[in-house]
Design a protein around this ligand. Structure first.
Ligand SMILES: [Zn+2]
Length: 291
């Protein structure tokens, strides 16, 4: 039973982020299920699939696109959503992403080819994007994806400015070594809102005990949980639907709730829940790897 339970856990973890094949046959169906794109708050639009986020931040001088879907087909879904909102693909000027896992980076090469946009990536995630392969010891294996040339590699605190947009990169490593949480401020209904696009914080198969290629992984996770708890956030926009109940919020919005996406305590709660799951996984790995 214990082995069956651990296999089930591994399967669930796999579904959350990292899988071990290139075919992606085990991907959740909602990762490729189209939904109607919509404006979230201010100049931020949801252009992803039902289960995988992609965010367009618009300006009068062009747009920034955050995350890419899992593949070239995922990129095409995002492109159709951008066009359905009335935006031009050629006006997408900069592609950024939360982290170098295939479900958020697998469509970058296609998007770059179709838009002509520049790709920005955190310096620690740059090699994985350019190799097209997840970095670090992972019990789920390494997952190849179409490699993409990075035009600008940046460090913690990097500002991205385009027209009226200012985005700030916060390196929140652990889930990947270059996991990047982006923040911005928008004005929505005459009120300023702090928006955070948080990078994933799940363990997702990462080796936490004796990781030979990513030795600081545990300390990095710990620092990330502390950083996310301290980040002022009115609107949390995660990279997976289930991390922020995005569908439920969208339904509330459609029923007239103008605050559907506003929840100033959500990010801290999310970080606390993630930390508890991390502590449990760490204890299990420590117990399993004792001689
Ligand atoms: Zn991931």
């Amino acid at each position: 039973m214990k082995r069956a339970a651990s296999i089930l856990l591994a399967a669930l973890t796999l579904a959350t982020c990292v899988a071990g094949t290139t075919a992606h046959a085990d991907d959740p169906a909602n990762w490729t299920k189209p939904i109607r794109p919509y404006r979230v708050v201010g100049n931020i639009y949801y252009v992803g699939s039902e289960g995988l986020s992609a965010w367009l931040i618009s300006s009068s001088e062009g747009h920034v696109l955050l995350d890419s879907g899992p593949s070239a087909a995922g990129a095409k879904l995002i492109e159709a959503n951008i066009q359905a909102l009335g935006f031009k693909l050629s006006d997408v000027k900069i592609l950024i992403n939360t982290h170098a896992h295939y479900d958020h980076a697998g469509g970058l090469a296609q998007l770059k080819a179709d838009t002509g946009a520049k790709v920005w990536a955190s310096r620690p995630d740059e090699p994985a994007l350019e190799k097209g392969q997840h970095f670090g010891d992972n019990d789920n294996g390494l997952t190849p994806f179409p490699a993409v040339k990075v035009d600008k590699a940046f460090g913690d605190g990097q500002k991205l400015k385009l027209g009226e947009i200012t985005l700030i990169a916060h390196l929140t490593p652990g889930h990947t070594i270059g996991c990047t949480t982006w923040t911005t401020q928008v004005v929505d209904r005459d009120r300023p809102l702090n928006v955070t696009f948080n990078c994933s914080t799940s363990v997702a198969g990462n080796v936490l005990v004796g990781n030979k290629t990513y030795k600081t992984i545990v300390a990095d996770y710990r620092a990330t949980f502390a950083a996310l708890k301290a980040l002022p956030t009115d609107v949390m926009l995660p990279s997976h639907e289930e991390q922020g109940n995005l569908l439920a919020k969208r339904r509330k919005m459609l029923s007239g709730d103008v605050n559907a996406f506003v929840d100033p305590t959500e990010l801290a709660r999310y970080a606390t829940t993630s930390e508890a799951a991390f502590d449990k996984a760490l204890a299990e790995q420590q117990a399993a790897r004792k001689p």
